[in-house]
Structure formats: C-alpha cells, structure tokens
Design a protein around this ligand. Structure first.
Ligand code: 5RP
Length: 289
C-alpha cells in the first residue's frame, strides 16, 4: 500500500486506537431533504469538531462545509436512483476522480447491492473505482446497501462484506447483526457500522458499543445523531464509547448530563433573580423627533 493511501486511511481510522467515528450526512443523494437534515450546513456546523471524518456528497461539501476545516472528507461518488424511483440499486459512479481530488477527498464511498437486480453493475463499478482510486492513493469505502427484499443477517452481510473486500475496498460499511463477529472475521479489511434508522439514544449507544466489541473499527452514524433531540450530546456520547472506551451506561449518563446542561443554559437567567419592585420592565419608546 502506497504512502498516500496509508496516510489518508490513517486520517479516517485513527492509528492510536484503530477506531473511527464517521458522521454520515450523505442521505440526500437518494432521499432528498431527509427529516432533520433539511439544512445540512446548520446540521454539520456544531457536530464537525466531534467527528473523525464526514461522509457526504460533493454538493453538500461545496455548499455546506467550511473550506477551513481539517476534518477528512469521505466523498460519496455513487448515485443515480431515488427513493421514489423504480430500483434503488441502479447506481453508477457519478463523480470523477479529478473532482474528488479537487475536493481533497480522503476516501471515496460507493454502494454495492449484493443480491439485487443491479448487483453486477454495482460490484463491477466498485472494482473499477478501486482501480482508479489506487492510482491516486485514495482509499475506497464500500457500503453494503440493503434493500427491502434483502436480509440483514450475518450470512448475507458476510457475503456482501467479503465481496466488497475481494474487489479491493479498503473499508467496508455494513450493518450490525446477531453473530456480527462472524461478519468481521470473514472480512479482511476494517468494518465500520452504519447507524440505521432512528432508535432511542440508549439503543444507538448500545449499537455502537456492540459494534466495537464485535470487532468493528467504529460507526458511520447519521440519523441517530442528527435526528436526536440533542445532536451534540449524542455525538459526544457516541465518541465517548468509540474513543473513550466508555460503557453504554457511562455514555448514556454523559448524554443526560449534556442534555441537562443545555436545558439549564437555555433557561432565562433573570427568573432566579426576580426584580424586588414592580417597575415596568421596558422603558416607553420616546419619539425624539
Ligand atoms: C446511505 C448511507 C448512510 O451514510 C448510512 O446509512 C449511515 O447513516 P445512518 O446512520 O443514518 O444509517 O450510506 O446509503
């Protein structure tokens, strides 16, 4: 593996502890304005300093991420289908390697749809993307997408992850499942776990904990962070597990503490110190003309 590729990988999976916290905000590429991600700029701004890398599309990167950031970008380069279209698995590579380099991408991400109608197309595209990306020392993250008709069990996910690794993916993103350690053991490259649809905060923390215990390097989490009632508290609590080796209880306590602090801060200060005299609170507006 060349120096550039190793260096980019080390920006995403931290070499100190072999862990990664990726914030996923790429959902709009097939879902449009996803709930609570309608304004990516506002969502990303307070969360950026707590993630190791950001997974996004070029459109969101150019419009919604400050150019001054030093957070590595994991650029989604596949697309072509929408949630209301005929088949989500009909994806192609939509971003050129030149544009990815212009965007200073630390990795390229694309989905493969093993077992779906367009399985062949997406797996061949992964191989071709790896050919091209390796020329420039850019790692490729393969997302093992699951469709309605596809299972999320260890047998299916092991198959999909292994195929992605065999095509040369440098990181594979997949889902947590029962017997997850089997998925990890049969995949020769690092696995990162997707958060999936919104669940209670404590369950998302449990998912993070289980994923790491099962051998994943970390999580690539989206909805369970920015659809949370308190996204900053949530990402910090996920981080507490990924990089602080916290238990689920410890991480959830942190979540609650941060939520309480936020509630205290947002309370109007004068309420605890009421005025002693019943003076009018606002001076009447004097017309100086
Ligand atoms: C969509 C993706 C998302 O980035 C991925 O699903 C992670 O986000 P979430 O935690 O919301 O599931 O790759 O194809």
């Amino acid at each position: 593996m060349d120096w550039g590729l190793k260096n980019r990988l080390s920006q995403i999976i931290k070499p100190q502890n072999n862990r990664a916290l990726m914030l996923a905000v790429d959902h709009g590429y097939f879902l449009g304005p996803t709930e609570k991600l309608e304004n990516p700029k506002k969502v990303i701004a307070p969360l950026l300093k707590y993630c190791d890398s950001l997974m996004l599309t070029r459109g969101v990167q150019r419009t919604s991420v400050p150019t001054s950031t030093n957070v590595p970008m994991v650029l989604r380069v596949s697309g072509g289908s929408s949630i209301i279209g005929e088949d989500l698995s009909q994806e192609e590579i939509t971003v050129s390697i030149k544009d990815a380099i212009r965007l200073n991408a630390s990795a390229l991400a694309m989905s493969i749809f093993v077992g779906s109608k367009y399985e062949h197309q997406t797996i061949v595209n992964l191989g071709k993307l790896v050919n091209e990306a390796e020329e420039y020392g850019i790692p490729v993250l393969a997302v093992t997408a699951v469709g309605k008709e596809l299972g999320k069990d260890a047998r299916y996910l092991s198959l999909a992850c292994r195929i992605a690794a065999e095509q040369g993916a440098h990181i594979v993103k997949t889902y947590y499942c029962d017997n997850f350690d089997k998925v990890v053991q049969s995949c020769p490259v690092p696995i990162i776990v997707a958060g999936g649809k919104k669940i209670p905060e404590i369950d998302a923390l449990q998912l993070t904990y289980n994923s790491i215990k099962g051998g994943a390097v970390g999580v690539d989490m989206g909805r369970n962070i920015w659809q949370s009632a308190n996204p900053v508290a949530m990402i910090r609590s996920v981080r507490h597990i990924v990089h602080g080796n916290a238990t689920v209880d410890q991480a959830f306590k942190l979540y609650q503490t941060l939520c309480n602090e936020k509630t205290q801060q947002s309370k109007p200060q004068h309420k605890s110190n009421p005025p002693t005299q019943s003076k009018p609170q606002h001076k009447p507006v004097v017309n100086k003309k």
